[in-house]
Design a binder for this molecule. Structure first.
Ligand code: AMP
Length: 248
């Protein structure tokens, strides 16, 4: 691990997948392992909303509905964040890009830094499991630790095991908003799977496994480093089920 922290990631790593696929949980672990920033656009927006900034005021109603924030806002925020010195040894992107224009802009940013292509880890999870994960998700308001009241409950109800902080239930983790978020994923973000797969930089990971198993798998992929594989376009029952259930 010390070795990994010394090396960093040396590239941009994108965690791609629907809401509830485990991107945030995994991004935290992986970023810590390599000592690089975990850049979650969702977290950035939630912070702006909490601080009641002008941008936060614009984003809040959109997030509450489960829609995507317009690209220009997201791109300005991300371009500023990745220009900071702490990203020099690589970074993990969680929740970005979510549209084709965002992916294209990211390509430009990486090219301008003379970085190679990003490595994309695609988390594949059954749709039924996504709803269960999102409705059951509770997040520590102090340290950001993620729990699930069904599958991974805290020792004391409503309190974080690590720091005793109160656990919160995200407003957009209610079922009616979840349906919108999954539809937004299907329509606007899912095409990125094909975009990156056709470039040969995408690796599928079975996100149905226990979190520690998924982390081990992702580490293995990242340690293989530049070696990426492009598997056939996803035609699994799970993917088809997602489209059937959440297309508007
Ligand atoms: P997340 O925490 O990644 O599920 O994001 C929460 C919400 O923030 C999303 O439902 C969107 O409204 C907004 N958001 C986060 N990242 C993006 C992005 N890359 N593009 C557009 N909207 C985003």
């Amino acid at each position: 691990m010390a070795d990994a922290r010394a090396r960093g990631l040396g590239r941009a790593v994108i965690f791609l997948g629907p809401p509830g696929a485990g991107k945030g949980t995994q991004a935290k672990q992986i970023a810590k392992h390599y000592g690089v920033p975990h850049l979650s656009t969702g977290d950035m927006f939630r912070e702006l909303v909490a601080r009641d900034t002008p941008l936060g005021k614009r984003a809040k109603p959109i997030m509450d509905r489960g829609d995507l924030v317009p690209d220009d806002i997201v791109l300005e925020m991300v371009a500023e964040r990745v220009s900071r010195p702490d990203t020099a040894r690589g970074f993990v992107l969680d929740g970005f890009p979510r549209t084709l224009p965002q992916a294209e802009k990211l390509d430009e940013i990486l090219q301008a830094r003379s970085w190679g292509q990003p490595l994309v880890v695609h988390f594949v999870v059954d749709p039924g499991q996504l709803v269960r994960r999102l409705t059951g998700r509770r997040i520590c308001s102090v340290g950001g630790e993620i729990y699930n009241i069904y599958d991974q409950p805290p020792k004391v109800e409503g309190r974080c095991d690590n720091d005793g902080g109160p656990l919160i239930h995200r407003a957009d983790d209610r079922e009616e908003v979840i349906v919108e978020r999954l539809a937004a994923y299907q329509e606007q973000t899912r095409p990125l799977v094909d975009y990156y797969r056709s470039q040969g930089v995408l690796v599928d990971v079975d996100g149905m496994q226990p979190p520690t198993t998924v982390t081990a798998k992702v580490l293995e992929i990242l340690e293989r480093g530049q070696e990426t594989h492009s598997s056939p376009p996803e035609s699994s029952a799970a993917a088809n089920q997602v489209s059937q259930r959440y297309e508007r």
